[in-house]
Write a protein that binds this ligand. Structure first.
Ligand SMILES: [Zn+2]
Length: 273
């Protein structure tokens, strides 16, 4: 599924084709399609930005489009007339500019709003600091994770909460906790600031290493060390031996709002309480 690094790569891949260009045609279709999307026709694309797991397009005149790709969505860029790699019926949003067609497939969220409403937007205003932002604010990230409302949250749940830290998804959550030998099931309150800072720094390091990889590349966290044969340390490796100690990796659902599969080593990180 798209994580923050994927979105940043997508934004970087689209920018050369979209920035500064005027929208020639635009259409939206599918559930919750935005008929007002015609309002961007004739507008210049001023910004293409990844924010957490959102891809934002900002237009001159103050309009903004948000797409959230959730599990299956993706943005593609084609030359005019080029054959699309996904069925046209699955295109949620199509934006044409000179020389390029940008198509957003399968995104459950496509919204058009006024940029000045962004800070009031329920999904954007409350996002935590973006791990891939060059001006990432680690102090603010720590402060948000330390919010008393989150003290009782299991760290494996808190790390994927985009309101504390934006951009991290389930793959990185599992990899970071394994690298730092922290059990996904301990509460944030039980961890010292030093440990939480380390989790934040490791998440950022892994994600930054992946953003530099060319678009569409496989996500890799292992960088070939620790005798790792595959691209990931622990994610998706349930039942297989821990790359550090050989103990079989355990997988379990974690979280109530949006349960996700957590993978961990019961020896390196501790058993589930
Ligand atoms: Zn282990």
């Amino acid at each position: 599924m798209p994580e923050g690094d994927t979105l940043h790569r997508t934004a970087a891949g689209l920018r050369p084709y979209l920035l500064g260009r005027d929208v020639i045609a635009a259409r939206a279709q599918g559930p919750g399609a935005v008929p007002q999307v015609q309002r961007i026709v004739g507008r210049r694309i001023d910004e293409v930005e990844a924010q957490g797991k959102n891809l934002l397009l900002r237009f001159d005149g103050g309009l903004e489009i948000r797409t959230h790709l959730r599990m299956n969505g993706s943005w593609h860029r084609y030359r005019p007339g080029e054959r699309w790699r996904r069925p046209p019926a699955r295109a949620r949003l199509v934006i044409e500019v000179a020389g390029s067609v940008a198509v957003c497939f399968d995104a459950p969220v496509v919204e058009l709003f006024e940029q000045r409403a962004e800070r009031l937007h329920p999904s954007l205003a409350r996002l935590g600091p973006d791990l891939l932002d060059p001006e990432f604010d680690a102090t603010e990230a720590l402060r948000r994770l330390r919010d008393p409302l989150r003290a009782g949250a299991e760290v494996g749940v808190a790390l994927v909460n985009q309101r504390a830290l934006a951009g991290i998804g389930n793959v990185y959550k599992n990899e970071v906790l394994w690298l730092e030998r922290v059990s996904p099931f301990v509460t944030l309150a039980s961890l010292g600031d030093e440990t939480v800072d380390r989790l934040i720094a490791t998440a950022r390091r892994l994600m930054l290493a992946n953003i530099s990889v060319h678009a569409g590349a496989e996500r890799v966290t292992t960088s070939g060390d620790r005798g790792a044969a595959g691209p990931l340390y622990v994610y998706g490796r349930g039942g297989r031996p821990c790359r550090r100690c050989g103990t079989p990796i355990v997988a379990a659902r974690q979280g109530t709002d949006l349960p996700r599969t957590t993978y961990w080593c019961p020896t390196c990180q501790g058993p589930r309480p």
